[in-house]
Design a protein around this ligand. Structure first.
Ligand SMILES: [Mg+2]
Length: 334
């Protein structure tokens, strides 16, 4: 049973509720931001005999919704009269949903039982904005997998570019297949989707490790060295073959470095001046350091440049290939 009281109708309409002690009622008051929606609901609860079981507050633009699940202690209806008056005072919309003990789950929830579920969190991000098309497909994918959304929250300031979802995932879900589907969705919409177990470890991470090329910096260092050595196309072809999985990384690095043979290691100094840091990299590292994270960069490139990036961004560690300086200043790696 559900009853909606619009504050301006309360005085002109008699609302009849058949109340029983121990009855659970979901009370929800929506009103303009800047009014005392929370305080007035709690004030009504404090004055009347009931137990608060759960509550939730949400604010969207200029509107606030405060929902409270209560159990009544008596059949006294004064609580509802007080709530209706408070709603009228703050120009709010008041909703009661009466839940009986014998209430059966609606049919729509039968396929998504709340038992045998694991909590996950998903973060979705697109720096140009999350599109309705992506959000629609993402939500359809969740429905198809019988994954229920428990909470969704915008994480970005201003434009909707990043959001966090708390998800309830059936324990029998094939996570490998789900990851493949998410990966495809991510590629189709050029939107990052990160799925992680929602547990204590998520909140207590202390180390952040970054990739360097095309991550902290915009370029691929080895391509820049190749450009200076006049072998950029040859090196790019090997990089692409490695990215496509045609040759393994070790082999591709050896082949690329052999193409650089004869190039002075002094080019690394020139490349340092050309490195373009990714937008937000300085700010992100500064913010992470401030909250106590250890930061590292791991690069498939060369240590002089990884150290340069480490120093520029104030990181704690840098790991990369060592360059061996032959007597003729030729490139080689260890
Ligand atoms: Mg990279």
């Amino acid at each position: 049973m559900s009853t909606t009281l619009q504050s301006n109708l309360v005085t002109s309409q008699n609302i009849w509720l058949h109340l029983l002690p121990q009855q659970k009622i979901l009370v929800s008051l929506t009103g303009p931001h800047g009014t005392d929606i929370i305080g007035c609901v709690l004030d009504c609860m404090a004055k009347n005999d009931c137990e608060i079981e759960d509550f939730m507050l949400s604010r969207l633009h200029h509107n606030v919704t405060f929902g409270v699940l209560i159990t009544l202690k008596s059949d006294n209806a004064n609580l509802f009269r007080d709530l209706a008056e408070a709603a009228k005072k703050w120009d709010g919309n008041l909703t009661f949903n009466v839940h009986n003990q014998q209430d059966i789950l609606p049919k729509s929830l039968e396929d998504a039982p709340y038992k045998n579920r694991i909590k996950y969190t998903a973060t979705v991000l697109n720096q140009n904005g999350l599109t309705p098309k992506f959000l629609d497909e993402w939500t359809k994918l969740l429905l198809q997998e019988k994954i229920s959304v428990e909470k969704m929250q915008k994480l970005s300031e201003g434009k909707l570019i990043c959001a966090d979802y708390k998800l309830s995932v059936p324990s029998e879900t094939d996570l490998e297949r789900l990851r493949q589907e998410l990966f495809q969705l991510s590629i189709n919409h050029r939107t990052d989707v990160a799925l992680q177990p929602f547990n204590v470890f998520r909140k207590h991470k202390r180390l952040v490790v970054f990739d360097m090329d095309s991550t902290l910096i915009q370029q691929e260092v080895i391509d820049e060295i190749a450009r200076m050595a006049g072998v950029v196309n040859e090196v790019a072809a090997i990089t692409e073959a490695a990215m496509n999985g045609e040759i393994d990384f070790q082999e591709s690095l050896r082949r690329r470095v052999s193409l650089l043979k004869g190039t002075s290691v002094d080019v690394l100094q020139s490349i340092k001046k050309k490195l373009i840091f990714t937008e937000g990299a300085h700010l992100l590292c500064k913010a992470l350091k401030k909250v106590g994270f250890k930061l590292a960069v791991i690069s498939g490139g060369f240590i002089p440049l990884a150290n340069y990036v480490k120093n520029e961004l104030g990181l704690d560690y840098a790991f990369a290939n060592q360059v061996r300086y032959f007597k003729f200043n030729l490139f080689s790696i260890t």
